[in-house]
Design a protein around this ligand. Structure first.
Ligand code: PLP
Length: 444
């Protein structure tokens, strides 16, 4: 049956085209996870694998949490699906209220989707429609940032700043432009917590406004902390300054909190930790603890109100997904929020922050380590790239960690990114750092 299929090596690996993967390399030496509980995966040989990545920045409460498992099982047996257009079921309403209560004050409206990519594309559409409704339909230009990752929809790619993702995607949305990224090893290497230098990079938005004129700019999208681009932190004051400039010029500010949301930095959202409130916020991943796909776009009262002026029988936004507010996803999300609250998990990243920071920075001085970054329960160890082979060293450390260290980390280029479940304890932090150190030492 299915359960035994899910525990065994597949007979053939040919048909499955794996996402963001070196398919041939992987299939020659597969890494197969078959089950998970708490802080650990188990691979197909039943080897426990310590999860230092929360899957992929998703499983903030750890794996197979009983409340979440039960909620999904019960919901599947009760209401498997309900059409979301001109119809409803209770849970998306309940979940939207819960999210609004958790988010900064004006973000009281929630549009559901199935992924971070869709949450971003939804945010972009809402912003364009918002400006049009206010008679400012000439505001069509989006400002992203170098090294940003906003998923793989054509919208998110248009504001994303990772060249490998963009290069095959054609001309993308016309007119997008990019803030400079905020990674600066020359001034900030081995900073503990936020980097000291770089708040002035927010003034780069003034440069783009001077170039394009504010009246053409719809929105600025930023990840408060960039994940896929290599764990890039903002200097204190940087996000505040972006907020000020956007306010001055009638530009909408969107935070993509797909990885920073749900306790990763010690509050529900990075917006709260940094004290900067965006007009829209995009969420996914930790929203359901990774257990069922779901994305959400949070929208401020002011933006939402612009849509609610027409006749009540008019559809306000011609946008949505068959699976918007899917009952299984909503059930998983509600049980996830209960788990976060019951176990006070949003406080863990602050309680453990100093310990995490010291542990990570103990890796300073190991071969090829050119920077260590941390904030909340996020960490990054940046390795010098090998000559003519960028990313090879990072991949090798990742691969060794899994194979020889029974440790799951993530590599993005030559950056080893760490984002453990928030249920992690100090002994497990020590273990992650010990294994990672050994594997860096073992890698030439
Ligand atoms: N935005 C950010 C900041 C992300 O980190 C990601 C995924 O890593 C996405 C969007 C895309 O999310 P998804 O892969 O669910 O489409």
């Amino acid at each position: 049956g299915l359960s035994s299929l899910s525990q065994q090596r597949p007979v053939s690996m040919e048909a499955y085209w794996m996402p963001f993967s070196a398919n041939r390399q992987y299939k020659a030496a597969p890494r197969l996870l078959v089950r998970a509980e708490g802080m650990y995966y188990h691979d197909v040989d039943d080897r426990p694998i310590l999860d230092a990545a929360a899957g992929l920045w998703c499983c903030n409460a750890g794996h197979a949490r009983p409340r979440i498992v039960q909620a999904i099982q019960q919901q599947a047996a009760t209401l498997d699906f309900a059409p979301p257009f001109q119809m409803g079921s209770p849970l998306p309403f309940v979940l939207a209220q819960r999210l609004a209560a958790l988010a900064p004050a004006p973000l009281n409206h929630v549009f559901f989707s199935n992924s971070g990519s869709e949450a971003v594309d939804t945010a972009m559409k809402i912003v364009l429609a918002y400006h049009r409704l206010r008679g400012q339909g000439q505001r069509t230009r989006f400002i992203g940032r170098e090294k940003a990752y906003h998923g793989v929809g054509f919208g998110g790619l248009s504001i994303g700043g990772l060249p490998n993702n963009r290069k095959d995607a054609g001309p993308l949305l016309a007119g997008s432009d990019f803030l400079r990224h905020t990674l600066d090893l020359s001034r900030n290497a081995f900073s503990r917590g936020l980097p000291r230098h770089g708040a002035e990079l927010a003034e780069d938005l003034e440069r783009l406004i001077a170039l394009h004129d504010a009246s053409t700019i719809a929105a600025v999208f930023v990840e408060p902390i960039a994940g896929s681009g290599g764990v890039i932190l903002p200097a204190p004051g940087y996000l505040q300054r972006l907020r000020e400039i956007c306010d001055q010029h009638g530009i909408v500010l969107v935070f993509d909190e797909v990885i920073t949301g749900f306790g990763r930095v010690g509050n529900a959202f990075a917006a709260q930790r940094f004290g900067v409130t965006p007009d829209l916020m995009t969420l996914a991943k930790g929203l359901t603890n990774g257990a069922v796909p779901m994305g959400a776009t949070l929208v401020s009262d002011a933006v939402h109100a612009a849509f609610m002026q027409g006749p009540p029988g008019a559809i306000e936004l011609f946008h949505g997904y068959t699976y918007s507010g899917h009952p299984l996803a909503c059930a998983a999300a509600l049980a996830t929020l209960d788990t976060y609250a019951e176990e006070h998990l949003f406080e863990r990243a602050i309680e453990l922050g100093d310990y995490w920071q010291s542990a990570l920075h103990s890796l300073r001085g190991l071969p090829h380590v050119i920077d260590i970054r941390n904030f909340g329960l996020i960490g990054a160890v940046e390795l010098a790239p090998r000559k003519d082979a960028p990313g090879a060293r990072g991949y090798e450390v990742f691969e060794r960690c899994f194979r020889d260290g029974s440790l799951l980390v993530r590599c993005t280029g030559d950056v080893i990114a760490l984002s453990p479940p928030l249920i992690i304890d100090k002994a497990q932090i020590d273990r992650i750092v010990e294994i990672l150190g050994d594997m860096i030492n073992a890698t030439g």
